[in-house]
Design a protein around this ligand. Structure first.
Ligand code: FAD
Length: 543
């Protein structure tokens, strides 16, 4: 099989091969697509990779790296370098489809031990060679680009062991290059059975190190917590030395150094191991509920009341806004069914109604009790209970919609997601403003949901689909994306709730954080990485 650009941007998952009938129908209706449009192969990227930029590291440096890691763990092939040159941000996927990999790393290195990482950093620091740590490479923020070439340090080949599961402390210590499913499976099968509880949509193709470094959140974070809440201790190898925090349950030893590295996006050092809090895995106790509300405002109000009632927390807790709800119903063929007509008869009209998905995890009596209490609050606010099925069905496809992007891009459809966190008092206003901005575009389909919920607010997650402006795909996308981030930023939303900053959101950082805060971050970087070799080129807005 040829080493094509396409091989890089495809996950290689069966689910990305085709669009199902419901989506085809939606695209025909929304964008007037004809059958011919579905047969096109736009920017297919199936050319063999040939990089214009050769590896520019001196032979002597490469020999020393080979002596450290072994020749089999150093790769300077065009395929390895191109596939470690960027992640999954929409503009990066476009560039790959166009065969434009202009600043690849010089080498991909797969270290085997922490000692090897220390030696690699010593060489790179001395010779001013950039080092970009990489896990599953699922970054959607331009967090992995290598504008200064250098070394892409890939941890997935050798740093994938679970070092300890401590049943007494309820913790797991793990090497950071392990992928989600391998980690979770081992926890599920260990002793009494445990879970990490961190299930990002990219779970199947992302690693523990990436979760921590990009400060992510899983789909059940409302109960299990964001990764920030799960990390207890870590080991980080920086150019200035090693920092190892301890797994105390809590501490008042100055400020929390874990937080310095959670969200550091490879700019300060390489996180080689982390100790995470784990919980008992009891899937048999999980309870499920789904509700339909008359509109987004009442669904959101009910969600807030549930979170603030002091009754305990659901694990999966989501609301799809009216368009996302209608889209889901259309794709599933629910529209005009008997149940649809019944719901409309009750006043739950298409284009206004919103679905709420709920699961509760934990002890059996707890999960039943919390579900009962949630039902009571939801009903009192106009939520109509529609049983377990919608939520169960949602969970069955929880990772799949990620694989739609490629078949959509194949037919010339631009699709992207942007997310933010916002306090309750600004949420509806922000949702309205972002929708209004996105919908200004001719031919666009915009969906939104809330999926990570707190007592004080929630996230908002927008997905848009629109035909690409052919020949100007990149400029068009970047302009639309800029306006979108500006709208979020000007209406009280955070730059990101869980995707991270990377280079994509870096231009907004100083305005968001303030000069002094940026100065503190820069000073930390300058101390830990005096030569500026760690993931350089503007990540996080740092020099
Ligand atoms: C389809 C799709 C769905 C997604 N859904 C979610 C979601 O639901 N929730 C969510 O949080 N994110 C989501 N993401 C974003 C992405 O998957 C997360 O940021 C993820 O945590 C990245 O993990 P990774 O192993 O792929 O890291 P990478 O993409 O390889 O790296 C991400 C960043 O972390 C740095 N890094 C990686 N490993 C280390 C390390 N060991 N030490 C220091 N720095 C390191 C890299 O340099 C880079 O800056 C999604 C992405 C895609 C493509």
């Amino acid at each position: 099989m040829k080493n094509t650009y396409r091989k890089i941007f495809k996950w290689g998952d069966k689910r990305e091969e085709s669009l199902d009938k419901g989506i085809v129908k939606l695209l025909k209706e929304k964008f007037d697509f004809s059958d011919k449009d579905f047969r096109q192969h736009y920017l297919f990227g199936d050319e063999e990779i040939t990089l214009r930029k050769a590896c520019s590291l001196p032979g002597d440096t490469i020999n020393r790296l080979v002596a450290i890691c072994g020749a089999e763990n150093i790769d300077k092939s065009d395929y390895a370098r191109a596939s470690h040159a960027m992640g999954y941000f929409f503009s990066e996927l476009l560039l790959l489809r166009k065969g434009e990999v202009n600043t690849p790393p010089d080498l991909v290195v797969y270290p085997r031990t922490e000692e090897e990482i220390i030696q690699i950093l010593q060489i790179c620091n001395k010779e001013n060679i950039a080092v970009t740590p990489m896990g599953g490479r699922s970054s959607v923020t331009r967090g992995l680009e290598t504008p200064k070439g250098g070394i892409s340090l890939d941890l997935t080949r050798h740093f994938n062991k679970i070092l300890e599961v401590n049943e007494i402390n309820s913790t797991a210590t793990v090497e950071t290059g392990v992928y989600g499913p391998a980690f979770e499976k081992q926890l599920n099968n260990f002793g009494k059975g445990y879970t990490c509880g961190h299930f990002p949509q990219s779970f199947e193709y992302s690693t523990v190190g990436g979760w921590v470094a990009a400060r992510g959140a899983g789909q059940e974070s409302t109960y299990y917590g964001k990764i920030d809440d799960l990390v207890l201790a870590m080991k980080v190898i920086t150019p200035a030395g090693i920092i190892e925090t301890k797994d105390y349950p809590a501490s008042a030893e100055a400020w929390d150094l874990n937080k310095t590295f959670i969200g550091s996006e490879g700019c300060l050092g390489i996180i080689t191991r982390v100790t995470l809090k784990i919980k008992r895995w009891r899937p048999q106790n999980k309870t499920f509920a789904s509700f339909i509300f008359k509109n987004f405002e009442s669904a959101t109000e009910s969600m807030r009341n549930i979170m603030q009632a002091g009754i305990g927390k659901p694990s999966l807790f989501r609301i799809s806004d009216p368009v996302e709800t209608a889209t889901g119903f259309k794709i599933k063929g629910f529209e005009n069914s008997f149940s649809d007509k019944f719901l409309r008869f009750l006043g739950y009209h298409s284009g206004e109604r919103c679905l709420m998905f709920v699961t509760v995890d934990g002890d059996k009596e707890y999960t039943h009790l919390i579900k009962k209490k949630i039902k009571k609050i939801a009903r009192s606010e106009g939520g109509f209970s529609i049983g377990r099925k919608p939520t169960k069905e949602w969970l069955e496809q929880r990772y799949s919609s990620a694989y739609l992007r490629d078949p959509l891009m194949d037919i010339g459809v631009m699709t992207d997601t942007v997310e933010t966190a916002v306090s309750w008092d600004k949420l509806i206003n922000l949702w309205t403003a972002v929708r209004a901005y996105l919908e200004k575009r001719e031919k666009v389909h915009v969906m939104a949901h809330i999926s990570h919920v707190y007592e004080t607010g929630a996230n908002l997650y927008f997905t848009f689909l629109s035909p690409m402006k052919k020949g100007k795909e990149l400029e068009d996308y970047l302009q639309y994306h800029k306006g979108l981030v500006d709208t979020i930023h000007n209406n009280g939303g955070s730059l990101t709730h869980h995707h991270g900053i990377g280079r994509a959101l870096a231009p907004w950082m100083e305005d968001e954080m303030g000069k002094t805060a940026m100065g503190l971050m820069q000073a930390s970087k300058d101390y830990l990485d005096p030569g500026g070799i760690m993931n350089p080129g503007g990540t996080l807005g740092l020099r």
